[in-house]
Design a protein around this ligand. Structure first.
Ligand code: MOS
Length: 764
């Protein structure tokens, strides 16, 4: 989601179109790797418990840290008594703002290309408090238990200042147009207010969504050591290169003196970025001269790691009696802090969703004295599609029209807000295929008419959408040996989504090698590349880097092959990898093996590094992944309990590289969407700004019993303007899902719930 602001595009004439996002002929089905359901290569390590996570790296002489955090939202520490804690068994030191190493504040995420800070607040540098839960002391002890005990002995006295801790109070102080990626979250096409007033049929409704918190299975944890002036961090990270750069700025050392590794991440979803814990662990390690491990408790994650902020949204739609939309208004309010740059950008999906002569989109931001919010599981699109797609369903109901027909009738020919052509948009195919497979024609349009004993049964649908992004991911390096083994190096991330597997497939496909002959190295800031696992763009981003490196490799191999090769005189674009060698693409008889080329050149290996061209494709095309979501719910007529009994996602996301991991990503996203729809809600005390349900016993996420078998299908139509034909798939499953559930609940019960989560009290 992090590149969303770039959708404001510059339209260039077609003859000025420069390659960069052009289709790549070598990412195809030549060798059968691409498109073959492939099991994760890291799977055996995971199930054997042999995959080392950040808090599992052993270090000689390591000690353990625990945090004490503030109990007020704003003010100053006036007394800080650490003596009892320092005297507790096993305690080595207690770090506070009084004795912590001096650090620069973190460059906040998006403030510069490699900035990773969740906010820009100084970390434990003075007595001021900015949110309820901010760390005030770090206890370092011989064992985790000793550290945990001693943190309870730290005594803090505060002088509180008035704090803004409720959305109501924040709104009363005024709002301003939210800025996202340097651009206002505001779009206007025509006069939407006038068009709405003039429309024959309209809906105008308010929707709200609560705060949400990250709950990855793997707690945020870090193992840190200073070794010969180098800060070594084993972390769970979505951005190792950004993190290394940012920590170097904070500690005032060279970038190459910080090494961040993150070989496995037990769930990220936008939350595994740079928060205070990595900084505090590094500072504590420097202070005590020992390696330090800091693992946040589940409660600590709620106190320290930003989540999604709440939203209040209005969606108004005006239409002709035949269902042609004439006006779209999507506006509302979301809170943020003064120290970060992440308003929940809920209007993003509405920019390109439906054809309408008039559109007005606006997000107003207000400021709270709470923990900074962050990117979280399709930020913007997940809660934005809840409001937009619920309103579409309300309009269909008013028009007495099938909701799928209404959506298809308003399918735009070009992007309705920026006027760009779509790179590839086959959402109508996705709707038709999904409706057929789901059995949509059996749906009864009248609400509350299908009953199975005490259960009311209903069906609903919604559009899913997520933008295609590609970040300038920097270089990838390929090393090819004479024996025919290739190693691909890039500072990317495997968070369980299948990155390593898919990019092994991509590299093997281009090189003409078996999967076993390719090693994909990632998760280490010393590797080339500046890749972020976020915005559902890591695969496209890495793919472009690997393509660039492979082109450089082919060029180098042709040079080494020389005039005695059957390939003599051929240009890099005329050859491709096959059978552990190179051949002419349109005449495979012209072939020479890698072993032969490198042997004749008396080389044991060849190594190249190259970067792709800038991601210009998003300036020329409106690029989005699409989906059609179908949900069947059963609502208990007596208790109001909602059970999702069937779900289908029908996607149009470009080429699907690995159907096995892609299917899992779609399903995982949909499960997160079910949590958003029915369960997840961060509760906080509006007087103190303290989160009151910081545990999985009180903050509910779907478990297996809550999730039906989820069916997923896709068009697999390559996007001609994405480097591998593939758009993002990581987050789209979360979008549209909550609206599909809400719309199914309406169909089952006749009750329209516009406030998430849809808990049973709202259906009584
Ligand atoms: Mo995603 S919230 O951009 O990790």
């Amino acid at each position: 989601a992090v590149m969303a602001g770039m959708s404001k595009a510059i339209a260039l004439a077609p003859d000025r179109w420069i390659p960069g996002g052009t289709p790549d002929p070598l990412i195809s089905h030549r060798h059968g790797h691409i498109g073959r359901p492939t099991t994760r290569i890291d799977g055996p390590l995971k199930v054997a418990g042999a995959a080392p996570f950040a808090a599992e790296f052993p270090m000689e002489g390591m000690v353990y840290a625990a945090l004490a955090n503030s109990t007020i939202a704003k003010g100053r520490i006036v007394e800080l008594d650490t003596r009892t804690a320092e005297e507790a068994p096993g305690v080595i030191a207690v770090m506070t703002h009084r004795n912590a190493p001096r650090l620069s504040p973190p460059p906040a995420f998006m403030s510069s290309p490699k900035a990773a800070g969740g906010d820009s607040l100084p970390v434990m540098q003075d007595a001021s408090i900015h949110w309820n839960g901010e760390p005030v002391a770090v206890v370092i002890a011989q064992t985790q238990e000793q550290a945990n005990h001693a943190r309870s002995l730290v005594r803090v006295t505060y002088e509180a200042e008035p704090a803004i801790t409720s959305l109501g109070a924040a709104k009363a102080r005024g709002s301003r147009t939210a800025m996202f990626m340097g651009q206002p979250l505001h779009d206007e096409v025509g006069d939407a207010d006038a068009a709405l007033a003039a429309s024959a049929v309209n809906v105008d409704a308010s929707y709200s969504t609560p705060r949400h918190n990250h709950n990855a299975i793997e707690l945020h944890g870090v193992t840190v050591a200073w070794q010969d002036g180098v800060l070594r961090i084993h972390d769970a990270s979505q951005l190792v290169a950004h993190e290394a750069w940012t920590l170097a700025q904070m500690f005032g050392i060279d970038e190459d003196k910080v090494v961040v590794t993150s070989p496995f991440v037990g769930g990220g979803f936008g939350g595994k970025c740079l928060w205070q814990h990595q900084v505090l662990a590094a500072a504590a390690s420097r202070m005590v001269g020992r390696p330090v491990r800091l693992v946040l408790s589940r409660e600590d994650v709620y106190r320290l790691v930003g989540g999604r902020s709440n939203t209040e949204q209005r969606v108004a739609l005006g239409a002709d009696p035949d269902g042609r939309i004439k006006a779209i208004i999507h506006e509302g309010v979301t809170p943020k802090t003064a120290f970060n740059a992440m308003p929940e950008p809920f209007i993003l999906p509405t920019r390109s969703a439906y054809a309408s002569e008039t559109i007005k989109l606006d997000v107003q931001a207000v400021e709270l004295d709470m923990l900074s919010n962050t990117f979280m599981r399709a930020p913007g699109e997940s809660v934005g599609t809840f409001a937009l797609e619920s309103a579409l369903d309300e309009l269909a109901h008013k028009l007495d029209m099938d909701p799928i027909e209404l959506r298809i009738r308003n399918e735009p020919e070009k992007d309705p807000t920026n006027g760009l052509p779509f790179s590839s948009r086959h959402i109508v195919e996705a709707w038709r295929a999904g409706a057929e497979r789901f059995g949509w024609s059996a749906r009864k349009p009248a609400s509350g008419t299908v009953r199975d004993g005490e259960w009311l049964v209903g069906m609903g649908c919604a559009t899913a959408t997520y933008p295609y992004y590609r970040m300038p991911g920097g270089a990838a390096r390929i090393t090819l040996t004479r024996e025919g083994h290739a190693t691909v190096d890039i500072a990317a991330h495997e968070m369980g989504m299948g990155t390593a597997t898919t990019h092994t497939m991509v590299a093997a496909e281009r090189l003409g090698l078996p999967l076993e002959a390719v090693t994909f190295n990632y998760g280490d800031s010393t590797l080339p590349g500046v890749v972020l696992a976020g915005g559902s763009q890591q695969t496209a981003s890495i793919g472009a880097s690997v393509i660039a490196a492979h082109r450089a490799l082919v060029k180098e191999l042709l040079k080494l092959a020389g005039n005695d090769s059957p390939l003599a005189g051929l240009k890099p674009d005329e050859v491709g990898g096959t059978d552990c060698g190179l051949c002419k693409l349109d005449d495979p008889a012209l072939y020479e093996s890698y072993a032969s080329i490198l042997g004749r050149a008396q080389r044991v290996s060849v190594c190249v590094e190259a970067s792709p061209s800038a991601p210009m494709e998003i300036m020329h095309w409106s690029m989005h992944s699409h989906g059609a979501m179908f949900c069947e719910v059963r609502v208990h007529a007596v208790t109001g309990e909602v059970r999702v009994s069937r779900f289908l996602g029908s996607f149009d996301c470009g080429r699907i590289l690995n159907p096995k991991t892609a299917g899992s990503q779609f399903r995982g996203g949909i499960i997160m969407g079910l949590g958003l729809a029915l369960m997840e809600e961060t509760r906080f005390d509006e007087r103190s700004g303290r989160i009151v349900n910081p545990s999985l016993s009180e903050y509910h996420v779907p478990v297996h019993m809550d999730v039906p078998e989820i069916d997923v299908i896709w068009t697999d139509i390559p996007d001609p303007h994405a480097p591998m034909g593939a758009r993002g798939i990581g987050e789209i499953g979360i979008t549209g899902t909550a609206a599909a559930v809400a719309n199914a609940v309406f169909n089952a019960t006749g009750k329209r719930v516009r406030d998430l989560p849809i808990t049973l009290d709202k259906l009584m």
